[in-house]
Design a protein around this ligand. Sequence first.
Ligand code: PHE
Length: 327
Amino acid sequence: MDKKIDQIKEEIKCFHIKTYNDLEIFRIKFLGKKKGSLTILFKELKKIPIQKRKTYGKIINELKKEVKNKINIFYSKNEIPNNKGLQFDPTIPGKSIETGSRHPLSIIKNRIIDLFMKIGFTYVDGPEIEDDWHNFTALNIPIFHPSRDMQDTFFLCKNPDVLLRTHTSSVQIRYMKKHSPPFRVLSIGKVYRNETISSRSNFMFHQAEGFYIDRKVSFSDLKQTIHYLINSLFGDAKIRFRPSYFPFTEPSAEVDIYCDSEWLEIMGCGMIDPQVLKNVNIDSEIYSGFAFGLGIERLSLIIYRMKDIRIYFDNDIRFLKQFKSEF
Ligand code: PHE
């Protein structure tokens, strides 16, 4: 018995398992139901006098453990789940993969893009880092104009001024310079302002900019487009156009939406100022156009009935997981 044990011990130690085939041979050699050498030893155990049986039983069990260990080591190196220590267990559930969900702001963004695609708008992107001309001067906001104060931003360098854009209206300039009318364009992206973070404002937010230039585009086209957008998003929500001022539109208006017994401002709009068209070499005698700029965070607060925009940027999975969308 002792001899056999020593021999098997040595064999277990020296056996090199390199492939799954080796593994199977190894398993059968020692643990095979009929001829496995350890199985045979277990059978022989019965013939051994009772006093020694316990000691030998222990030793043989140790050897069995060594065999299983070796098998497990092979499995762990080859990354196959091994439930019983002997074979692949197909009943073990797979590793679950967390599926993501879209950020609420992306859902609104995609809905707006979808709506404007339906009425013939083209989607374009613009850079977040802008120069003074595209962000201010070309939009009829000269260097000492007071409206620059409302759009203080983060400057990356001075002289020449390079800054984080304060609105998506800079995309109007970039697009109009490269294309000749007619065109209908939508752009959505991040804009930056030097503002204190609060429930309604942040140093970064998202805007959707739309503009349409053609012969005889009028303010009623603008109103119609805004009504189309708001009705598609909210059903028949009450909105109002309030006269306002932007250096790059004339006339200009602010659009408010009636929600929970108060009017909330959601966008600025107006007819593109002829001076802006001149700045990008479009003949303002032939062409006219409208533009609007919409705050996506504000809009989402109303759509999702929330009170604080900071929640959009907290990266709290419990909040983000709640949004499911086909967009
Ligand atoms: N750019 C303006 C803002 O950010 C919004 C706007 C866009 C107004 C287009 C009129 C036309 O406040």
